[in-house]
Design a protein around this ligand. Structure first.
Ligand code: 3PG
Length: 209
């Protein structure tokens, strides 16, 4: 799990991917890599989420592939079987936390209130997804919350873009950011992989990587 944490900390940006067609998985991973991104959170928002995770995990050994939008223990099991190396959720689920702990897989649950964060901490979690970040007070809220939880680190996601990612990452409690602007639905649907590469490269340059 430490290797996964270190990998994410180095990458600093996790693209949140939604695929409607598993056949787009490899071209998309290639496009991200060409832009300097070696990590992807493939969400379970579509029927082919698990299949796409399996394709990416089996074919992209130089990338860290995780599962996103995991809201149940059954989904977590499916994602881990498909090869997901980390699990992200929009909220906290005890069932998902238990499956991840049993499998030694990093779980990044969505938490925005101190009470939700306390549940996560009690379950051994020290990094939470702060989601949807911009709607829940953005960096100001993260700064205020972090005063009460000095060991906690944050993965802000939701409303992160080229315009604000640097500001988020400038706060030392921000572990990495998640975002979908470089892998927007419209870009994937139109198979505009060159724009995905360009936006990925621009994002990495922006954050100094
Ligand atoms: C997520 O679930 O992590 C978000 O959909 C990503 O947020 P964004 O689309 O605002 O980047």
């Amino acid at each position: 799990m430490k290797e996964v944490k270190d990998f994410i900390a180095r990458e600093k940006l996790i693209p949140v991917v939604k695929l409607d067609d598993a056949a787009d998985t490899l071209p998309l991973m290639e496009a991200l890599k060409a832009g300097g991104i070696h990590i992807a959170e493939i969400t379970f928002r579509t029927a082919c989420g698990a299949e796409a995770i399996a394709i990416a995990s089996n074919n992209c050994g130089d990338m860290l592939i995780g599962a996103g939008t995991i809201i149940s223990a059954a989904q977590a099991e499916k994602a881990i079987s498909a090869g997901a190396k980390f699990i992200v959720g929009p909220g906290y689920s005890q069932g998902v936390a238990d499956i991840c702990r049993k499998n030694g897989i990093m779980y990044l649950p969505g938490c925005v209130t101190p009470t939700e964060i306390m549940v996560a901490i009690e379950n051994g979690i020290d990094i939470i997804k702060f989601f949807p970040a911009e709607s829940f007070g953005g960096l100001n809220a993260i700064r205020a919350i972090s005063a009460a939880f000095p060991e906690l680190r944050f993965l802000p996601t939701g409303g992160i873009s080229a315009a604000n990612i640097k500001e988020y990452l400038s706060f030392n409690k921000v572990f990495a950011c998640g975002g979908s602007w470089m892998v927007k639905d419209s870009l994937i649907k139109s198979r505009d992989f060159s724009t995905i590469t360009r936006l990925s490269r621009e994002a990495k340059e922006l954050i100094g990587l």
